[in-house]
Design a binder for this molecule. Structure first.
Ligand code: SAM
Ligand code: SF4
Length: 338
């Protein structure tokens, strides 16, 4: 690919990773995301259609996007998701395309019945959320009694070959930090990558408090004291996680994602598209850019490219969670897409 066409922000960061939210809806009520239920549903005609998502994805790919992750809300609630997966997967075949990785983040809903089909349509891998291994605590955190279903989803994803299967847990003080070692044992026994994420101020309840954040360093130390870990690479590149293997076994992995206490904005390669077609240049942006209206205005492909390039140049240098004047974005994680 011609490097001069690649998408870059004004700090010289190359943008390679597009996260697309396909719906704001969710049937879980994770307290750190959507504790109070959903706000009024977006009108259907404000949502990008699958054709529009595929069209803009093709344009992003022509600008050097290498990875696309479908997320939400709960992406598996969007009817016909498999059609979208099929059309995006076809974009991997372009001769000059750097796009090689199509992933999905899900709470696991419908995974057992859809895993094989999604794999055959060209989905490469999945990340599944699992915030507790204890049934009562799972209900307490997510608002739904679905631990067994999520465990079944992880198994289904593995047997369909949607690997490496990653499993996300948002670790919150007093809620599931007592399960850190259990998460590590689970990663080890299942041979999966367990990703432990600091709680970020993106909850719809606006109840985030700094005291609720379990620092990544503490997560590492707690696990390492019982199950020794070894850092896999001295650099995390554009990745959000520090990845650790287990000294006692080659199976499984722990990824620690610490956006609050160890900011990784300097190497950020991500850009986001909301279900209603707004580009967000950062999880914590307070502005959005209306790509949907540009596309629907009849703009030419070249005009859309110019628009995307211009928006990318406004990408923030970093988030400001740790500043005293930090303002939590109006839209929450379930809208933005994690
Ligand atoms: N519903 C899907 C799921 O839960 O995997 C996809 C969307 S969810 C918003 C994507 C990821 O964001 C999940 O792994 C979730 O745990 C994480 N997340 C949501 N709210 C968060 C918060 N306030 N801080 C950190 N991570 C959060
Ligand atoms: Fe739903 Fe995912 Fe948010 Fe939980 S984290 S409420 S599953 S969108």
């Amino acid at each position: 690919m011609d490097r001069s066409t690649e998408l870059q922000d004004s700090y010289g960061r190359r943008i390679r990773d597009l996260r697309i939210s396909v719906t704001d809806r969710c049937q879980f009520r994770c307290f750190y995301c959507l504790p109070n239920g959903e706000p009024a549903m977006a009108k259907k005609d404000t949502l990008l259609t699958f054709e529009e998502i595929a069209y803009v994805s093709d344009i992003f790919i022509s600008l050097g996007i290498e990875k696309i992750r479908l997320t939400g809300g709960e992406p598996m609630l969007r009817r016909g998701l498999e059609t979208l997966v099929g059309s995006l997967a076809k974009l991997k075949n372009g001769t000059d395309s750097a796009f090689k990785d199509l992933a999905l983040t899900t709470n696991g809903f419908k995974m057992p019945e859809m895993a094989a089909e999604l794999k055959s349509l060209g989905l490469d891998r999945v990340t599944i959320s699992l915030d507790s291994l204890d049934r009562d605590n799972f209900v307490d955190i997510t608002g739904v009694d679905k631990l067994d279903e999520v465990l079944a989803a992880i198994k289904a994803a593995k047997s369909a070959g949607l690997e490496p299967v990653k499993v996300n847990a948002v670790v919150v003080r007093g809620r599931n930090d007592h399960e850190l070692v259990d998460f590590a044992r689970f990663a080890l026994s299942e041979g999966i990558s367990m990703r432990l994420i600091e709680f970020m101020p993106l909850d719809s309840g606006h109840e985030w408090k700094r005291e609720m954040v379990v620092p990544g360093r503490e997560m590492f130390e707690t696990i390492n004291a019982t199950i020794p870990l070894s850092l896999k690479s001295e650099s995390r590149g554009a990745s959000t996680a520090w990845n650790y293997g287990f000294q006692e076994s080659g199976r499984g992995e722990i990824g620690i994602i610490a956006p609050v206490t160890e900011m990784f904005c300097g190497a950020c390669s991500r850009i986001r598209l909301t279900a209603d077609g707004q580009i967000r240049t950062c999880l914590f942006s307070n502005v959005e850019h209306n790509l949907r209206d540009v596309v629907r205005s009849g703009a030419s492909r070249a005009e859309i490219v110019d628009y995307i390039r211009g928006v990318t140049l406004t990408k923030e240098a970093s988030h400001h969670i740790n500043d005293s004047d930090f303002v939590q974005p109006e839209r929450t994680m379930s809208f933005i897409g994690g």
